[in-house]
Design a binder for this molecule. Structure first.
Ligand SMILES: Cc1cc2nc3c(=O)[nH]c(=O)nc-3n(C[C@H](O)[C@H](O)[C@H](O)COP(=O)(O)OP(=O)(O)OC[C@H]3O[C@@H](n4cnc5c(N)ncnc54)[C@H](O)[C@@H]3O)c2cc1C
Length: 410
């Protein structure tokens, strides 16, 4: 085998998935994560399609079902909290054969991480600060843990990937902002509470949603239109809260109560809504997966599944080519590029409907959602975007046949 040792930067969704499948193929992955511990809180993700298939192959289907939520309705409400319209999830379940679940992104990340904990070297609270490529290896400088050599390096470090910045160039070169900012936080004991219903309130250019989580927690999600300058500002927590107050302070419905909860939180997810578009996802001995390579944005509702798909295919191609990284990286990209491109297009199309910027746009969006109650129309509208056209390749995973019990028994 040519490449054997693989350094993976980022223990989010794609990173642990990649470590798992690389190990199954007989490689030696090392996972490095700049946070001191796995991230908790954040937001919830809808999960279906190829990601679901991969999770199932990793032995995670029953865990996902257990900790996940089975949403019944996405409900749009007016100033007084009265239902204006809504979208039932029956059609999503039908189109995905019942393999559709919503769960905390951090819960998903933790489940994936549990699969490799104890069998993969993991370094927390450190990060790559320098990379030099040599004919036979990569020489890596870490912020804390000195220098080491690896055969290949994979950036799985998300939208603001530092591997991408260090190897391919500055973020601005690859980032396409979609004109929105997103923020999310959790609070305990909030009322009112609707189980398995995503409640959404919209005003022109702004939307605020709440979703009841396990253990009497509630997740709040803000999305608002913002020009590039606003979205670019690297704000600290007080300034982020201030910006949300500024945007939602005059809002009706439960805006004021939710902003009071916001005042109390120390754990706010806050970022611009962007995509990453690159001509190539690899350079020499370095490749990128997931959001680092091709972030589709929250508008696609499938970024986690795509991060897992890219991890699975990259590991499979490295296995198939016996570690010949150049061939593996080019196969990986050939297999996925058109598929990912189509998901990015869907997200761009959807972006304008997410938080319409005018009252007319809001009205139109609500009318469209109402129309989805007509039998067959929702299937027609969503079917093409929802169902994955890509077939997961089947690879040989030699380690599954020896330490399989060690890998799968958790
Ligand atoms: C509000 C919102 C809603 C979403 N909804 C959905 C949805 O419904 N369905 C869906 O599938 N997807 C959804 N997504 C997208 C999904 O969360 C991402 O696409 C997915 O998390 C990407 O996985 P990743 O592993 O590539 O990156 P991430 O999950 O972002 O993980 C990156 C990891 O790298 C670490 N890291 C960062 N920098 C460094 C560094 N310098 N060194 C080491 N480690 C580093 C981070 O701490 C993190 O652990 C949503 C996203 C948002 C923001």
């Amino acid at each position: 085998m040519t490449a054997k040792t693989v350094l993976i930067s980022g223990a989010g969704i794609g990173g642990p998935t990649l470590a798992f499948w690389l190990q199954a193929a007989g490689f030696e992955p090392t996972l490095i994560e700049h946070a001191a511990v796995l991230r908790t809180g954040g937001y919830v993700i809808d999960f279906w399609g190829l990601g679901y298939d991969i999770a199932e192959r990793m032995g995670l289907a029953s865990d996902i079902d257990r900790i996940g939520y089975h949403i019944r309705e996405m409900r749009i409400v007016d100033d007084r909290g009265e239902r204006v319209t809504g979208l039932g999830t029956k059609i999503l379940k039908e189109l995905t054969g019942g393999r559709f679940v919503t769960l905390g992104r951090s819960d998903m990340s933790r489940l994936l991480f549990e699969k490799i904990k104890g069998t993969t070297e993991v370094i927390f609270d450190d990060e790559i600060v320098g990379l030099q490529e040599y004919a036979d290896c990569m020489q890596i400088q870490f912020r804390g843990a000195g220098e080491r050599r690896f055969d290949v390096v994979i950036g799985a470090d998300g939208l603001h990937s530092s591997v991408r910045r260090l190897v391919f160039g500055p973020q601005e070169r690859f980032e396409k902002q979609l004109g929105y900012v997103v923020a999310a936080f959790e609070a305990r004991g909030y009322r009112p509470r609707h189980e398995d219903v995503y409640v959404i309130y919209g005003e022109p250019g702004r939307m605020l949603g709440r979703f009841a989580l396990h253990d009497d927690r509630t997740l709040f999600l803000f999305v608002f239109a913002a020009d590039v300058d606003t979205a670019d500002a690297m704000l600290d927590l007080p300034a982020q809260k201030e910006m949300l107050r500024d945007r939602f302070g005059e809002g009706k419905w439960e805006c004021s109560g939710i902003l009071d909860e916001l005042d109390l939180t120390q754990d706010l997810y806050f970022d611009r809504v962007s995509q990453i578009k690159m001509k190539s996802w690899s350079k020499g001995r370095v490749a990128l997966i997931g959001d680092a390579a091709f972030c589709v944005s929250l508008m696609a509702g499938q970024g986690s599944a795509l991060a897992m798909t890219s991890a699975y295919v990259l590991a499979g191609e490295l296995a198939k080519t016996a570690g010949r990284h150049e061939l593996a990286f080019s196969n990986y990209e050939r297999l996925l590029r058109a598929y990912i491109g189509s998901k990015q297009k869907v997200a761009e199309r959807f972006a304008s409907a997410f938080a319409p910027k005018t009252r007319r746009g809001l009205f139109f969006r609500n009318q469209v959602i109402k129309a989805f109650a007509i039998p067959g129309l929702a299937r027609l509208a969503f079917g093409r975007d929802l169902i994955d056209v890509l077939q997961l390749p089947d690879y040989r995973w030699p380690a599954f046949h020896q330490p399989r019990s060690r890998l799968l028994r958790r």
